[in-house]
Design a protein around this ligand. Structure first.
Ligand code: G1P
Length: 294
């Protein structure tokens, strides 16, 4: 059994759904309360024991690298002022994980981005975490990607996160046909990227957490290059499904799609309500606001 120790985070997209801010601030750095969305993803990987992380960036993403670097001017100022709490926050990312970067040369999508990880992952299985999906888990629950990694380590099959969604969300996500193996695990028979509602297999969607091994590279290579647009990562997963090598895992936790404005706002509200310093005051404010609008 091979242990999952590495993670990759594709982060080369333009973030067009958040224009105009994404003209100069990349979407991975948009905050949920006070932390960039990317920090939540890295923290989930680290809490899952995945401390070697490759971030696949692109042009105009330099601020991501800066975020993981140390900031001597700021830190010495905070030291001088004896602001220990703030200093701790400033240094949080420096030693959290071994973070590596590579640039995707052309914005040719998710499947192509994964190919950049080949030298980093070698023969080892690895996790893929998409930055738009935030999974919140309670203290007594394993982090989202750990749940998938545990399942992979038992089955040695590529494992993707699955969630039941309402019809409105079907055309936004990969959709699966599967049969249940146990309460959480299912064997995926078919998978399709963003189907029309009339073509859905089920209401089970794949969200941005995957544990794969080197078979994914061969599968991506086999997907034909379309005349228009990009190769879909989902089509590579489809090839694994045909071989009976793809499982879905119904994870425990609350998932937010930080890639669309409404869910991004919901994430901000819910994380703010959970915040020890802000939560109570923010709740009072929301209560007043809803009373006024009645
Ligand atoms: C990507 C994947 C899709 C998956 C989704 C989950 O789509 O291509 O299969 O269901 O993430 O968030 P995107 O949101 O980048 O369009």
């Amino acid at each position: 059994m091979k242990k999952v120790k590495k993670a990759i985070i594709p982060a080369a997209g333009f973030g067009t759904r958040f224009l105009p801010v994404t003209k100069s601030v990349c979407k991975e750095m948009l905050p949920i309360v006070d932390k960039p969305t990317l920090q939540y993803i890295v923290e989930e990987a680290v809490a899952s024991g995945l401390k070697e992380i490759l971030i696949i960036t692109g042009r105009n993403k330099k601020i991501i690298e800066d975020f993981f670097d140390y900031t001597p001017e700021l830190d010495s100022l905070l030291e001088e002022k004896e602001q220990e709490d703030l200093l701790k926050l400033s240094r949080e990312m420096e030693n959290l994980a071994d973070v590596y970067f590579i640039r995707q040369k052309h914005p040719t999508g998710f499947a192509d981005a994964v190919m950049y990880a080949k030298p980093f992952t070698g023969d080892e299985p690895f996790a893929i975490l998409l930055g738009d999906d935030i999974i919140y888990t309670e203290q007594n629950c394993k982090p989202g990607i750990r749940q998938l990694a545990d399942s992979y380590e038992l089955t040695s099959k590529t494992t993707v996160a699955v969630m039941n969604v309402s019809d409105d969300y079907i055309p936004k996500y990969a959709n699966i046909k599967a049969h249940e193996l146990d309460e959480r695990l299912c064997a995926i028979e078919k998978i399709v990227e963003k189907p029309k509602l009339s073509e859905k297999f089920s209401n089970d969607a794949v969200i941005g957490r995957y544990v794969v091994d080197k078979s994914i590279y061969g599968a991506i290579e086999k997907v034909p290059v379309p005349k228009k647009g990009e190769k879909y990562f989902t089509d590579a997963l489809g090839l694994l499904a045909k071989e009976g090598m793809l499982n879905g895992y119904k994870f425990e936790g609350v998932r937010y799609d930080a890639g669309n404005k409404l869910d991004y706002l919901k994430a901000n509200v819910e994380f703010a309500l959970r915040d020890k310093e802000l939560g109570a005051d923010f709740w009072e404010y929301l209560k007043k606001l809803t009373e006024q609008s009645r």
